[in-house]
Write a protein that binds this ligand. Structure first.
Ligand code: LAG
Ligand code: CA
Length: 522
């Protein structure tokens, strides 16, 4: 073997050891490392958001709600979950038309913000018949979906599913979980070439329009081999926006909390998986039940998969309202702990990070269950989705929570961009619930989740200078709008963080150092 050949073989081997599956490599524009889930947003709002906010503030991309035609549910009235009942692969939904979808993808890509589509390919609707958001008919009783078309031949039935009533009950039986119906949703027979082709055609249509990858809904309910076969049919990304030969980034929704027969590890050789244990463990820490000092070895040592095999998040659209394995996680409703947890997530190198962006709804918790957890997005009288409004402090109105626009969060997205590639150094803790660490010599964070103040002189690892604390303010026109931190020639700085502060966190980085140009990407 020639030296050059040997080098190529080595770098391919290295690439595979770093990124588990062929589709595990995020397709962000250079310097960007975090996506946000703009749950139930309109395509026109997302296009505007890419240009005005996500591009300039350093986000990599957006996970969008499912873009394909779905069942129209009117009882309850237009719940968010109707979008998880596909009727066809036409691109017409409450979020907008196909033309609006195409316009969004183009405008976002032009400002270096990627679109990741949530694809619902395990199933079609539940029972009942009617019309979808694009006018296509469906009949879940006779298994007729002429908009694709799919007919009864294309669904798993008695020969594949042995649960009796056709629904999934036993999560210890992989066959039942994958071949029976998830909450009565008509289960596609992904072992069939015809079904694989229709699903791949849908995903390829999205790729050709310019999407950068996919969140695969209910991946645990499909056989890894079937997913591999479908993904094997996918085109490379559109060269209008991406380098030639680039594969889509795929993250599979596999809820593996450790107690069931199906393991996330069955899926990581194919593409990434969503790491659900992450948010549970983090909630435990930032509610003070497990002292933050233990985060010192956060990552695979906590029994979680390789950082290169996962997408991580504090909460998602399901578990923030008690769906999808749900409950127990921190959400925007617990804003103080939520901001702390998110700051930790974005400061720490483990995993590819996703920031949830929600809308508000009136919770009505009865016996631990939220009776209003079906509420759809803010809407107008005709049930069309209401646009988000933007306030002077950049936060949202009209019922949209927009966590991705909270200063304590968007500034940590920039922090993550600026420290990428460095390791955790200069770890400090107070022996209990206050911690600090640097990312190489580029960023430093202190988090006080304790019931006493932090009053300490700490080694930041950073070059001498005055830095803006990006939690209490911004670096604007050469000045800090919040607190300043003075790092001495020895790399040390003094931190005082009251345990009663609304934001008991201080974060500094080289992109917000006074006298240097402001940066949100390296
Ligand atoms: C998911 N991941 O695997 C989504 O993240 C989750 O939000 C989806 O369920 C689920 N898979 C199926 O795509 C959501 C709601 C369900 C809802 C379902 C279909 O969490 O509650 O079920 O979407 O709309 C609803 C009713 C059920 C009924 C079913 C069929 O809640 O009672 O059986 O519709 O009619
Ligand atoms: Ca299935």
């Amino acid at each position: 073997m020639s030296d050059a050949m040997f080098l190529i073989v080595c770098s391919i081997a290295f690439f595979h050891s770093v990124y588990g599956g062929t589709f595990s490599n995020p397709t962000c524009a250079p310097g960007r490392y975090t996506i946000t889930h703009l749950f139930e947003w309109k395509w026109t709002d997302i296009a505007d958001e890419c240009e005005k906010f996500l591009g300039p503030y350093g986000y990599c991309g957006v996970q969008i709600s499912p873009p394909n035609e779905n069942r129209v549910v009117t009882s309850p009235n237009r719940p968010w979950w109707e979008r998880y009942q596909p009727v066809s692969y036409k691109l017409v939904t409450r979020s907008g038309t196909e033309a609006e979808f195409r316009n969004m993808v183009d405008r976002c890509n032009k400002v270096n913000v990627r679109i990741y589509a949530d694809v619902v390919i395990n199933h079609m609707t539940g029972g009942g018949s009617g019309s979808g958001t694009g006018g296509s008919r469906y009949d879940g009783g006779s298994l007729s979906y002429p908009g694709v078309p799919f007919s009864s031949w294309d669904f798993n039935a008695g020969s594949e599913c042995h649960s009796g009533d056709g629904d999934i009950h036993n999560y210890n039986d992989p066959n039942e979980v994958r071949n029976c119906r998830l909450v009565s949703l008509r289960d596609l027979k992904m072992s069939k070439d015809y079904v694989r082709d229709k699903v791949a055609d849908y995903m390829n249509n999205l790729i050709n329009i310019g999407v950068a990858g996919f969140r695969v809904d209910a991946a645990k309910h499909m056989w890894p081999g079937d997913l591999r076969a479908v993904f094997g049919k996918l085109h490379n990304l559109n060269t209008k926006y991406f380098n030639s030969g680039q594969k889509p980034f795929i993250f599979q929704e596999v809820i593996d909390m450790g107690g069931e027969a199906i393991k996330a590890a069955e899926y990581t050789p194919i593409a990434r998986v969503t790491n659900f244990i992450y948010g549970i463990k983090i909630a435990d820490v930032f509610r003070g039940n497990n002292p933050a000092k233990y985060l010192k070895n956060w990552g695979s040592a906590w029994g979680m998969p390789s950082p290169f095999d996962v997408v991580v998040f504090i909460d998602n659209h399901d578990n923030q309202r008690g769906h999808g394995g749900g409950g127990g996680v921190l959400t925007h409703f617990e804003h103080r702990a939520y901001k702390m947890a998110t700051a930790f997530m974005l400061a720490h190198p483990y995993g590819f990070t996703r920031v949830m962006s929600s809308y508000d709804w009136p919770r009505n918790i009865v016996n631990g269950e939220d009776k209003n957890n079906w509420y759809g997005p803010p809407h107008n009288g005709d049930m069309s989705i209401k646009g988000r409004s933007i306030k002077a402090d950049l936060s949202c109105g009209n019922g949209w929570t927009c966590e991705h626009r909270w200063r304590q969060i968007y500034n940590m997205v920039a922090f993550r961009n600026l420290v990428f590639g460095t390791t955790v150094n200069n770890w400090w803790d107070n022996g209990n619930k206050a911690i600090a660490f640097s990312r190489g010599n580029r960023g430093f964070i202190v988090i006080n989740d304790d019931t006493v103040d932090v009053n300490a002189n700490l080694q930041t690892g950073l070059p001498q200078g005055t830095y803006c604390d990006v939690i209490s303010g911004n670096y604007e026109n050469g000045a800090c709008t919040g607190n300043e931190v003075h790092v001495g020639g020895d790399g040390r700085a003094h931190f005082h963080i009251s345990h009663q502060s609304e934001d008991p966190v201080v974060a500094i980085h080289i992109g917000a150092k006074k006298g240097s140009p402001k940066k949100v990407i390296l």
